[in-house]
Design a protein around this ligand. Sequence first.
Ligand SMILES: C[S@@+](CC[C@H](N)C(=O)[O-])C[C@H]1O[C@@H](n2cnc3c(N)ncnc32)[C@H](O)[C@@H]1O
Length: 191
Amino acid sequence: MLKFDTAYYQRFYGDNGAHDYERIAHLATAVHHLAAWWDIRIASVLDVGSGMGMWRDWYHDSYPNVSVRSIDVSEHACATWNHERRDIASWRPRGKFDLVVCHSVLQYLDNASVVQAFENLSAATRHVMYLELPTKWDYENIVDEDATDLQVYQRSAQWYRGHLSKYFRQVGAGLWVPLNGVPMYELEACK
Ligand SMILES: C[S@@+](CC[C@H](N)C(=O)[O-])C[C@H]1O[C@@H](n2cnc3c(N)ncnc32)[C@H](O)[C@@H]1O
């Protein structure tokens, strides 16, 4: 993947970048503890499109006993930050992971590849998936155009929800649980 080279990571993860380790630490702490509130013990994590490996590193630093597998399609990212080289559109792990993280990845995949990726993410998720990706509306209304890569696919939330709802229930704040997963109070998650 030529696009995801040294210049890409310097451009979007430098001083004006999308996020850094400190911000990921806040997010990962919240996700880990919310799972604990649901009585889900996170013992295994799959970080999909890991990039600089911030989620992986936070787990290693904070919970060294949690087993973390990080994958990325970029040869550069894999060589630099030590991930397995996999394409989530075509790769499905054999087992499941308590938590699957897919943070700012799927906007780079075409429609057919996202549909395949959702199947693979579903097959990989035992309890919780953290999914973040900007929609068309986000690009038009929210994202900082200077700090964000705009060479992406822009799709509606409706399109994403239509495909995700075959496998997951949306909790909110980027969290999704398998359809037959942990029971939620009616007002705790979306229908
Ligand atoms: C914007 S970066 C996000 C990195 C990291 N998840 C984060 O939030 O800091 C997107 C990453 O997704 C990876 N990626 C893109 N397409 C992928 C695919 N089909 N399978 C796996 N990784 C992919 C890229 O190589 C890149 O490292």
